[in-house]
Ligand binder design. Sequence first.
Ligand SMILES: [Zn+2]
Length: 247
Amino acid sequence: MIFKKIGKVADLCIVCRGVRPFRLKKVTHKSKLLGYEKECLDCRIKSKTDRSKYANICRKHNVTVEFLISDTFPHLREHYREELRKDKFVDEDNLPMLTDEERLEMIREPFDIFIPFIEKRHPAEIYFDRRTIKSCLFTFIIPLLLIFSPKPNIPTEIVNYFYYFAIAFLIISSIVSFYYLKNANKFYLKNFIFPRIGKSVAPLKPTTDELEHILNSLKNSGASVAKYIKIKDIMFYVDMYIKNAEW
Ligand SMILES: [Zn+2]
């Protein structure tokens, strides 16, 4: 599949809880159009989108969100009237104006978004992401360079040190690469998924009981990967975003 950047649009981001600039990409496979993907330029979350929603695609740099709205999605505020109404209550710390169902539904939204992301990588024990691939490449490239690089006029005793260093490097970086490989999924959850779910639900100040209720309903509806989401990790980011907002 080929993802080709075609410009920027304004849209609503569920994770950021507001209107944000998005990068729009055209997705093709063997010259056949498969669809479009949008990536929030704030939280970097990617999702499928409908190209026909946008009146235009902006190719200018350094434009404001307001400019993007008027240029690419002039009816955005009418289109998302209901979502913006709820987000406005969240922004204004006016939580009692949301019904219990609306509130629970909004807390659940980021979970529904991120479950497919987690499903893509789990339950694989070992996952090759960019960092592990780089680490594995270095594990072999550096020792090979040390061993096979030309060493004119270098005394044999010194050349021997090149070999010792190459072996030491190979051993240490193999251990590091294995550690990255084993923990790639854990890092992905900790560094990518949990902070974003936390950011999205923080304005709603969820309780652990509400998060538990959502996780249980996800598991019951067949999303077994929900077991990888830990409430205490989500609450860590919720507390962090609430504290930052208060400052
Ligand atoms: Zn976002």
